[in-house]
Design a protein. Sequence first.
Length: 451
Amino acid sequence: MGAERKPDFFAGKDLKIGIIGCGYVGLPLALRFSDVGHHVTGFDVDKSKVDKLNAGESYIQHIPAEKIRVHVEAKRFDATTDFARLRGMDAVLICVPTPLDERREPDLTYVEKTARSITPNLERTQLIVLESTTYPGTTEELVLPILEKGGLRCPAAADAGAEHVATDFYLAFSPEREDPGNKQYGLAQIPKIVGGVNPPSGRAAAALYAQIVSRVVPVSCTRAAEMVKLLENIFRCVNIALVNELKQLCLRMGLDIWEIIDGAATKPFGFMPFYPGPGLGGHCIPVDPYYLSWKAREYDFAARFIELAGEVNTAMPYHVIEAVATALNERQKSIKGSKVLLLGVAYKKDVDDLRESPSLKLLELLAQRGAALDYNDPYFPALHKMRHYDFSNLRSVPLAPDRLASYDCVLIATDHSSYDYEAIVRHAKLIVDSRNATRRVEQHREKIVLC
């Protein structure tokens, strides 16, 4: 079968597709390929995830178990920890984390380990696609040399004369555009950027993705595709930094930044609303700018605008804690020894996603200053040890009126729709609101501090 896999082969049916990394990106992608009739195998090092998937169970709130179960029972989807099974795949898509290390520099450990696991199983004319967000050059400079150690070659060539360059396997980059909890735009509705190491690789990847998305957008090379993803998220990062800074100015001026933004958003052209918060969260926006600013140093270039936006957003949790300290101080209390309830640990409303959540930093800062901490989040009954934080001793507490009244401060960090903000304000002594979640609450406004 391998010798027959020309680029247009990947536009065909009944393909065997491997998805490495069955998380918030990989699992929806796997199910989407199953939807159109392909045979998908999810690869993951977490055996508990694999066991749940094979039992037709979901561990991601917005992905129904029934959707997984249907494909498992139809033999269109299964999961495994056995990476030797990569050898039987027509295409292998890499959807692993790309976090920052302790020095806020790119940590490509997962990508590198994944590439090394593919190499001994790489087949001739197999298609490999990296989806993990990263800096321009990762696919060619890191992934390609590792894959070629097995003896097969995929020449990097983007010029016009390389249209039909001979290649032993195909390698491309196609950035994920997953937005957990977004009910308006799912994977099928979002256009897919595709860039190949060479033209045949780009055509192969485009043919594959055209089966599952509304539109494929080819770009000249993998580095261009990698930069597209960074631009998308840096655009959001710098605009959020702008409104976060303006929020602090508006607080000093006695103005309501949310009213200002809503007013500006009535302009039908030349403006897009972004909203402030307690810091950045999610798997991309808090991380991606640092990937590009780190890479820029290789070219003797200081990405000052990007780094400044990162500084502003990184400082927001500290701003929120100072607001809590000031509000308690005005009530003759200090943070140390005060009982504080944090509402919402997810990085954004109505999702079960903790990745890079600013709430975790808020908990850390409050703990460092001696607060007696509790939290509530309907999506997280308990917290577990994470890469940079360990709050495994905490459990979500109920929001009973008497319990709310027992706290010196209730800090709204994530504005879940399920919260009854009128009841929270009615029973709590003090509310510090970092999301403007209480904007529609009319009574007891004297208890609310916006920050």
